[in-house]
Design a protein around this ligand. Structure first.
Ligand code: SF4
Length: 186
């Protein structure tokens, strides 16, 4: 299996209801050979239009974060769920169940050393944690397998709701990304 074949399979997938309003499935962007994968939750409308993850306001804040820690252009960025969810709608767990095997296959192909999970859904799925709150596991280091570590952190959309760069959570996200850089250098 290659990334190209996986992306094609996802673009034709009808395994959950999110395919109904899909304009473009949203696979990934960035350097697929990077040791760091960043995994968000689900694409929004802008991503649906362009077929590229993190191109809206959250994406701009993520770009700022990556710039601050010296990772611009040096990460591979994707989402747990590959088709968009309309603003204000809740992500149904059946869609995560239907879609998550694509992410697992993406990880198997790209073999990152560290996955930064943004937000609760991606963090809980990949860490298999039963934590009640993301803040309970944020910044902790989990193992996906012998090769790959996971560091959960806050999603840029959450940071935006809390004040963006001025939020008290913003520096903790920078800290988590710096930890990822440190782990890949070991
Ligand atoms: Fe398939 Fe995932 Fe899209 Fe659902 S969200 S239709 S499982 S690719």
């Amino acid at each position: 299996m290659t990334l190209e074949k996986l992306e094609l399979e996802i673009s034709q997938c009808t395994n959950c209801d999110l395919h109904i309003d899909r304009r473009n499935s949203v696979f990934a962007k960035g350097d697929h050979t990077s040791d760091i994968m960043i995994c968000g939750m689900v694409p929004a409308n802008e991503e649906n239009e362009m077929g590229v993850p993190f191109v809206g306001r959250s994406g701009k804040l993520l770009d700022t974060i990556l710039d601050e820690v010296g990772l611009t252009g040096k990460v591979y960025i994707t989402n747990l769920v590959k088709c968009f969810l309309a603003a204000g709608e809740k992500l149904d767990s059946s869609c995560i169940d239907a879609c998550s095997s694509f992410l697992d296959r993406q990880i198997l192909i790209t073999r990152p050393k560290v996955i930064i999970t943004l937000g609760g859904d991606a963090s809980y799925y990949l860490t298999k944690s039963n934590a009640k709150s993301l803040s309970d596991i944020r910044g902790d280091v989990f193992s996906y397998d012998k090769h790959t570590k996971i560091i959960p952190t806050y999603h840029p959309s959450y940071l935006l709701r809390k004040g963006g760069k001025s939020s008290q959570e913003y520096p903790t996200v920078l800290e988590d990304l710096r930890l990822a850089k440190k782990l890949i250098a070991e």
